[in-house]
Design a protein around this ligand. Structure first.
Ligand code: GLN
Length: 478
C-alpha cells in the first residue's frame, strides 16, 4: 500500500501495521526516502534504522506491539542514545558517542519506537534559529530562505516536512514551542520535573525539559505519556502520586476561562500575528470559553531574569567540556593552555558569550547583584502566575511576536535574537507547562508562513493543555 505520510498519525500507522497494510520496515523506509537533505534537519544519520524497524515488526508478529512500536521518530541531537553520536550541535562533541540511553530514550525503546536520526540544533541549544549550530542552519519548511526557529529547529522541520512522524526536542526558554510555531506543528514544554532530564545534554538545569513535537494533539499526548514520570536518575522529577492527585483536581468538562495579559501584548508584535491571535480567541469563545483580561505585573522581567540565570547555569554546565573527559581536544603548551585552546576552538561564539556572561554573573561580588536578584525576581513572577491561575484556567499569548525571520537577519544581534523568546521564557522561569499549536498563516513576500498560539496552564496540568488544544484545533483528545 502507498503510505500517505502527510495524513498519517500514530494511531493510523499502528492500525495499518496491525492489519499488515505495511510493515514497520516499509514505514521507516518511506520516511528515510522522504528526507530532503537541503533542509539540514538531520545532522546524524543512524545506520540501524531498518534493524530497529525489523525488531518492531517482530513485535507485531508476536502480539506485543504497543502504540509506539515501529513509529519513526526524530531525536534532537542533545538527547543521548547509546552508541550514537551526540554532538549537541557543537564541534566540541563532534565525535562523542553516547555511552548510555537518556531515560526518555530508554522508555521509547521499550515501547518499540524507531529512531531515524539526530536532528540539528543551536549549539548546546543556545538560540532561536539553529544558526548557532556548528553543522549549518536548518531551513524553514515553508520558506527555505527563512530560519526553522530553534533551538530544536531540526526536530520541528523533520515532523513538519514528513521526515519523521513525531520528534523529541528540549525546551529551556522556548526551544520546542518557537520552532513548532515557525513550522506549523505542535510542540509541548512539560511542567518542570514531569519528564526526566537524565541523558539530555544540560543547558540550564533549573529550566530544561524534554518534550514532543507532533502534527496532532493525540500524537503529542501519546509520546508525552510514554516519556513522562518519576525517574530515580533525575531527582528533580516529580512523584507520580503528586501528579495523579493534581490531575484528579481538574474538571475538564467545566466552562473554562482563558486569561489574556493584554498589557503584555501591546508592543513589538507583528500586526498579522496579532490578528491571528484575536481570531483564535474568537474561535475559542464560540466554543464556550470565557475570555478575561488578566494582569501579570512582573512578566516583563521574565526575559531579563532568564538571561541572567540561564547563562549562569550554562557556564557551570559547560565547564565539564575540558578536552579531557569528552570529545574534541586541542593540545597546548601545558594544561591551562590545553583548556584554553580546546574550549576556545571547540565552542562557538554564542556558547563562549554565555560562558563569559555566566562566569561574570556568578563571580564573587556580582553574584548578589545579578544572580540572586534574578532568582528573587523569578519568585515574584511565579507569584504573579499563581495569582492569575486563581482567576483563570489557562493563559494565552502568541508563541512568538513574528513569523519565521530570514536566515541571517538576527544572527549578529543577540538582543534581537533573545527578544524572540519574550512570550516563551516565562513558563521555563516559572516551571509550568505550555504548548504551541498552529493558529494560522501570515503572508510574507508571497509565501504563507505559519504562526503559533501558546497555551499556558498551571503546574502539572498538561491534560488541560491537551483539552484546550483539541477544542481549538477541533480534534479528539485521545
Ligand atoms: N532561545 C532561548 C535561548 O537561547 C531558549 C533556548 C532553549 O530553549 N534551548 O536561551
Amino acid at each position: 500500500m502507498k503510505i500517505d505520510l502527510k495524513t498519517l498519525t500514530i494511531q493510523k500507522a499502528h492500525q495499518h501495521m496491525l492489519e499488515g497494510d505495511f510493515t514497520a520496515q516499509e514505514l521507516a523506509q518511506a520516511y528515510l526516502d522522504n528526507i530532503n537533505p537541503e533542509y539540514n534537519a538531520f545532522i546524524v544519520f543512524f545506520e540501524d534504522v531498518l534493524e530497529q524497524a525489523e525488531k518492531a515488526d517482530k513485535r507485531f508478529k508476536d502480539g506485543t506491539a504497543e502504540l509506539l512500536t515501529g513509529i519513526p521518530m526524530a531525536i534532537k541531537n542533545n538527547i543521548l542514545i547509546k552508541g550514537k553520536r551526540t554532538t549537541a550541535g557543537s564541534k566540541i562533541l563532534e565525535n562523542y558517542k553516547a555511552t548510555y540511553d537518556a531515560t526518555v530514550i530508554d522508555r521509547l525503546k521499550k515501547a518499540g519506537a524507531v529512531f531515524i536520526g539526530g536532528t540539528n540544533l543551536d549549539e548546546f541549544a543556545h538560540g532561536s534559529s539553529t544558526e548557532n549550530s556548528a553543522y549549518g542552519v536548518t531551513k524553514n519548511t515553508f520558506d527555505m530562505g527563512r530560519v526553522a526557529g530553534g533551538s530544536s529547529g531540526g526536530s520541528a522541520v523533520a515532523v513538519a516536512s514528513d521526515m519523521a512522524l513525531v520528534a523529541l526536542g528540549s525546551d529551556t526558554g522556548g526551544s520546542i514551542r518557537q520552532p513548532a510555531s515557525f513550522n506549523n506543528v505542535l510542540g509541548l514544554k512539560t511542567t518542570y520535573g514531569r519528564v526526566s532530564r537524565s541523558g539530555a545534554v544540560a543547558m540550564g538545569s533549573s529550566l530544561d525539559q524534554i518534550g514532543p513535537f507532533g502534527k496532532s494533539v493525540e500524537d503529542v499526548k501519546i509520546v508525552y505519556d510514554c516519556i513522562k514520570g518519576n525517574d530515580k536518575m533525575d531527582s528533580t522529577t516529580l512523584k507520580d502520586e503528586v501528579i495523579e492527585k493534581a490531575e484528579k483536581g481538574i474538571d475538564l468538562n467545566k466552562k473554562m476561562t482563558i486569561g489574556i495579559p493584554r498589557h503584555f501584548l501591546k508592543e513589538g508584535i507583528d500586526k498579522d500575528v496579532m490578528e491571528n491571535f484575536e481570531n483564535s480567541l474568537k474561535k475559542l469563545e464560540e466554543k464556550g470559553y470565557k475570555i478575561k483580561e488578566i494582569e501579570l505585573p512582573n512578566i516583563k522581567y521574565s526575559l531579563a531574569s532568564y538571561y541572567i540565570f540561564a547563562p549562569a547555569e550554562i557556564s557551570a554546565n559547560l565547564s565539564r567540556y575540558d578536552g579531557v573527559r569528552f570529545g574534541f581536544k586541542k593540545e597546548g603548551e601545558d594544561l591551562l593552555d590545553d583548556y584554553m585552546k580546546t574550549r576556545g576552538e571547540g565552542f562557538g561564539k554564542e556558547a563562549r558569550r554565555r560562558i563569559m556572561l555566566g562566569t561574570y554573573i556568578l563571580s564573587a561580588g556580582y553574584k548578589d547583584a545579578y544572580y540572586n536578584k534574578a532568582q528573587a525576581v523569578r519568585e515574584i513572577i511565579r507569584e504573579d502566575f499563581r495569582k492569575a491561575f486563581l482567576e483563570v484556567d489557562v493563559i494565552l499569548t502568541p508563541t512568538t511576536p513574528t513569523p519565521a525571520f530570514k536566515i541571517g537577519a538576527k544572527g549578529n544581534d543577540p538582543i534581537q535574537m533573545y527578544l524572540e523568546d519574550i512570550f516563551t521564557v516565562s513558563s521555563n522561569v516559572v516551571g509550568n507547562p505550555a504548548i504551541s499549536v498552529p493558529m494560522g498563516f501570515v503572508e510574507r513576500e508571497g509565501k504563507e508562513l505559519p504562526v503559533g498560539l501558546q497555551i499556558l496552564a498551571p503546574h502539572m496540568y498538561e491534560n488541560l493543555l491537551f483539552k484546550v488544544s483539541s477544542d481549538f484545533l477541533g480534534g479528539p483528545t485521545s
